[in-house]
Design a binder for this molecule. Sequence first.
Ligand SMILES: Cc1ncc(COP(=O)(O)O)c(C=O)c1O
Length: 392
Amino acid sequence: MSYRFSARTSWDVGESGFAAAIREARTAGRELVDLTVSNPTVCGFAYDAEAILAPLASMEAMVYDPDPRGMRFAREAVAGYYGDHLADVDPDDVVLTTSTSEGYGYLFRLLCDAGDEVLVAQPSYPLFDFLADLEDVRLRPYPLFYDYGWWIDFAELERRIGPRTKAIVVVHPNNPTGHATGPEERGRLEEICLRRGLALIVDEVFLDYGLDAGVSLGSFAVGPHPVLTFVLSGMSKIAGLPQMKVGWIAGFGPEGDRRQAMGRLEVVADTFLSVNAPMQRALPVWLAGRHGIQGQILERVRENLRLIVVSGVEVLRVEAGWSAILRLPQRVGEEEVAEMLLREVGVVVHPGAFYGIAEAGRVVVSLLGACREMEQGMERIHRVTMRNHDSY
Ligand SMILES: Cc1ncc(COP(=O)(O)O)c(C=O)c1O
């Protein structure tokens, strides 16, 4: 008799047909232009490695003195980051985590019992499915629609709220749509949360990557907070250091609810004490040094976006973040367009379906890779979509 594993891990863990096609093309020695590279540590940015690594060797890290919310000076540094965003954050309302993903896990445990529901935007970031499965939470997507920019379909969002809904997740700015949630949308979200007794979870990992020079995106950490609100972020994007594994949850909202939430989160964090001492020592240093890498990333992202625009390939409006959605002539499904690009011109893109994009012909590209690759990739995509135009 075979072993019976949990239902929550009954994923199809096999390689997708698309991943297999990429692997086979590489094995066959085909030269591919990969427009999905989104790991900042391999994109040729100049990190100040010495300054980044030095605090990890601090002798103070030899003492084990755990604080479930994270060391106070590290939480103060997080509060300082929000101060730069004009938000007043109490370090006691911050809990450090090893990543934003872990932060989601903590919040799902705090807010949901098995079978409870959380609303997430569609299209959005695909990791949510696994995070929710692992906490026995059910995701209900609420649609975004595109009309010279992305908007929340509020009527549909309200329809998706049921008796077991506990929270609404907002990714601000969103990945991969690259749109920010404006003050009017924020107000409507808060009004709905207040009326329906829901918490608001806001993922701001891309907050510092607004593309309009001189315009900074407003953080949900800025009050007032009429409802229980949790803002998530971390080093992966803010400092381009995904390998360091440090993130946080900042809690806001009416005093009583917020206190209770932070007290319970402290117990969740205390159960794992997952953030190690050297990382906490280093966090203030990395936060202070973030502007150097952010400037380089922003320059790259803007230039790659410009290269897409001048290539003649249609791109949806991007306000912020590290990715863009291309609108290609439609075939039967998006998967097929991505597969066609791989097969015919050796360009690797993410199928839109990977991010829950329903419309055919949409593919997602990362704006982080080398500009030379982007130029080459766009030239190939333009050529093949023009050539195949009649057959669509
Ligand atoms: C919207 C969003 N949130 C969170 C993450 C992951 O962040 P972390 O490395 O802190 O888990 C990503 C990674 O791509 C992301 O796109």
